[in-house]
Design a binder for this molecule. Structure first.
Ligand code: GLC
Length: 481
C-alpha cells in the first residue's frame, strides 16, 4: 500500500512533544510491513535546515496558491534515511526556514500550517506519489482532508484520508475571514469548518476525513463528552462511526534498558534488581539526593503544564513529604508558577526533593531507569508515552485512570496484584495521594510483590508492531468504503 504521512513534527528532526515521537516510529513500523511504500512530509524548519546531520537535495519547487497569495515551496528530499521511509521537507523561508525559536506559537500559525497542508498535497502530485492513503495528524495538517475533497479529487481519485487526533485541545482556530482569505475554499465547505462564526480546522478535518482515529481507545470514548472534547463533542459524536482509538507504541529500540547508552548500568526483565539499583544510586547522586536504596524514589518527567495533573501534586506534596519517608524528583520545564513551586519545594526539603527545571533527554532516560514510582496524574491524557517508557525500565506508574493511561496501566490492588501500576479514578488530590501511598507501602513492606509488578511492566510488548497492524486495518477499511 502507498501511504503518505503528513505532520508538523517528527523526531529525530524536530520534536516538541509526543506527536514527534509517534512520527518517528509509526512511519518506520508501517514501512517494515511487506508491500508498503511510506512517505513522510514535514516542514523544513530552521533547526532542521541548520543541522548538518540531515543531508538533503532539492528535487522540485513550485508555488502554492493560498487565497490571493502565491507562496514558494521547495521540496527537499532527505538523502540519508535508511529504514525505507521517504522523507520530504517543505522549504519556505517566510513560514519556516527563517523563524527562530519554538516551532509553534506564532500569531500566523493557522496560515503557516494551511500553507504546509496544501504544499503537502502539491508535493505528492509533483513527485508522482499518488498514495492509497493519506494519514494526517492534529490541527496543523487538519486542512488536508478539506483541501483534498474540495480541490484535489481529480488528481487523487482513489486516495482515502485518515485524520488522527493526538490532542483535541489544540484545534486550529482562525477568524471567520480566514476561510476566504487563506483557505479560499468553495462556499459549501463553510459550515463544515465553522464554529460560532470562526474557522476551526480540526472540525473541518473530522467532517471531511474518511476515517478519524485517536491515540487510545479510552480517549476515543472520552471525546464524546464535553469534559474532554474542548467544544468538539457534538461534532465527534455526530461522526462517531468514523472514530476509532489506536493506542500508540513506543520505540522499544531507543527505549531499551539493556542497551540505552545514557544509563550507568544495564538490565532486562529477567534480571533487573542489581542493574536498577545501580541506576537508582547513580541517579540519586547525580541530582543531589541522599543515596539510599531503601527510600522509595518517586519521579516525573513532564512538561510543567496544568493538564499534566501538577495541581494535584502541588496540593498534596507537603502532606506526602511529612507523612511518608520518600524522595521526589521532577524533570521538566513549563508554566512559571509550577517551576517556582517545585524549586521552592526542593529548597524546603533539600534531602527529599530535587527539581531539575530543564530539558535533558539523557537525564530523562536515567530517571526512567533509576526511579521506583513514576507519577502521571494527568487530568486528561490522549495516550501518554512516558508511562510506557517508565514500565519498560521497571518503574511502576501511578496514574489517573484516563485516556491512554487507563489503557496502558491497568490498576493493581494494594498487594500489587492484577495490574501494572497504581491508579485513581476521579481527578482528586486525595485519591491521588491514596494511590501513591499504596505504591510507597508496597515498596516498603512487600518488596517481592513490588518487584513482581516491576517485572510485569517490563515484560509488556509496547512496540509499534501491534498499533501499526491496527492502522493497516483502518487503511484497508477506508479502501473498501
Ligand atoms: C499528544 C498527547 C499525548 C500522546 C501524544 C502522541 O502529545 O497529549 O497523550 O501520547 O500526543 O500521540
Amino acid at each position: 500500500m502507498k501511504i503518505a504521512i503528513l505532520a508538523s513534527e517528527g523526531a529525530p528532526y524536530v520534536k516538541s512533544g509526543g506527536l514527534g515521537d509517534v512520527m518517528e516510529a509509526l512511519p518506520a513500523a508501517l514501512a517494515r510491513i511487506e508491500g508498503n511504500e511510506v512517505t513522510l512530509i514535514l516542514p523544513y524548519y530552521k533547526k532542521i535546515k541548520d543541522n548538518p546531520a540531515y543531508e538533503v537535495e532539492q528535487v522540485a519547487q513550485f508555488y502554492v496558491a493560498l487565497g490571493w497569495r502565491q507562496q514558494y515551496a521547495g521540496i527537499m528530499r532527505l538523502k540519508n534515511r535508511t529504514d525505507g521511509v521517504q522523507v520530504y521537507f517543505i522549504d519556505n523561508l517566510y513560514y519556516f526556514g527563517a523563524r527562530e525559536g519554538a516551532i509553534y506559537g506564532n500569531p500566523d500559525d493557522a496560515e503557516r500550517f494551511a500553507f504546509f497542508s496544501k504544499a503537502c498535497l502539491d508535493t505528492l502530485v509533483c513527485m508522482g506519489f499518488i498514495p492509497d492513503v493519506i494519514q494526517c495528524n492534529d490541527w496543523q495538517t487538519a486542512a488536508v482532508p478539506t483541501f483534498l475533497k474540495a480541490y484535489y479529487g481529480p488528481l487523487f481519485p482513489n486516495t482515502k484520508c485518515m485524520f488522527t487526533i493526538h490532542n483535541v485541545e489544540y484545534q486550529g482556530w482562525a477568524n471567520g475571514d480566514f476561510f476566504d482569505n487563506v483557505l479560499a475554499l468553495p462556499w459549501e465547505y463553510r459550515p463544515r469548518l465553522d464554529m460560532n462564526g470562526a474557522v476551526n480546522l480540526m472540525k473541518g478535518a473530522i467532517e471531511c476525513a474518511d476515517l478519524v482515529t485517536t491515540v487510545s481507545e479510552t480517549y476515543a470514548r472520552e471525546l464524546m463528552y464535553p469534559y474532554y472534547a474542548h467544544g468538539l463533542d457534538s461534532v465527534l459524536s455526530g461522526n462517531a462511526w468514523k472514530l476509532t482509538g489506536i493506542t500508540n507504541g513506543i520505540d522499544t529500540n531507543t527505549f531499551n534498558p539493556e542497551t540505552d547508552p545514557a544509563l550507568p548500568a544495564h538490565y532486562n526483565a529477567d534480571s533487573f534488581v542489581e542493574g536498577k539499583a545501580a541506576c537508582k544510586a547513580a541517579l540519586q547522586e547525580e541530582v543531589g539526593l541522599p543515596v539510599n536504596p531503601d527510600v522509595p524514589l518517586m519521579v516525573m518527567v513532564t512538561r510543567l503544564a496544568g493538564h499534566k495533573g501538577l495541581d494535584l501534586l502541588c496540593y498534596i506534596a507537603r502532606r506526602l513529604l511529612w507523612e511518608e519517608d520518600c524522595q521526589l524528583l521532577i524533570l521538566g520545564t513549563g508554566e512559571y508558577h509550577f517551576e517556582e513551586y517545585f524549586k521552592e519545594l526542593a529548597y524546603e526539603f533539600p534531602d527529599r526533593v530535587a527539581a531539575k527545571i530543564t530539558f535533558n533527554l539523557g537525564l530523562a532516560a536515567r530517571i526512567y531507569a533509576g526511579g521506583d514510582l513514576y507519577l502521571m496524574p494527568s487530568k486528561s491524557e490522549p495516550c501518554g508515552l512516558s508511562q510506557m517508557n517508565a514500565m519498560r525500565y521497571g518503574t511502576v506508574p501511578v496514574v489517573h485512570a484516563t485516556g491512554g493511561l487507563q489503557d496502558t496501566v491497568p490498576g493493581a490492588d494494594a498487594d500489587g496484584n492484577g495490574g501494572l501500576g497504581f491508579t485513581f479514578q476521579s481527578y482528586n488530590a486525595d485519591d491521588f495521594l491514596a494511590s501513591l501511598k499504596r505504591g510507597l507501602h508496597l515498596y516498603r513492606y512487600n518488596r517481592d510483590a513490588f518487584r513482581a509488578l516491576q517485572r510485569r511492566g517490563m515484560e509488556q510488548d509496547f512496540s509499534w508492531n501491534v498499533p501499526a497492524g491496527k492502522y493497516m486495518e483502518q487503511f484497508y477499511r477506508m479502501q473498501n468504503m
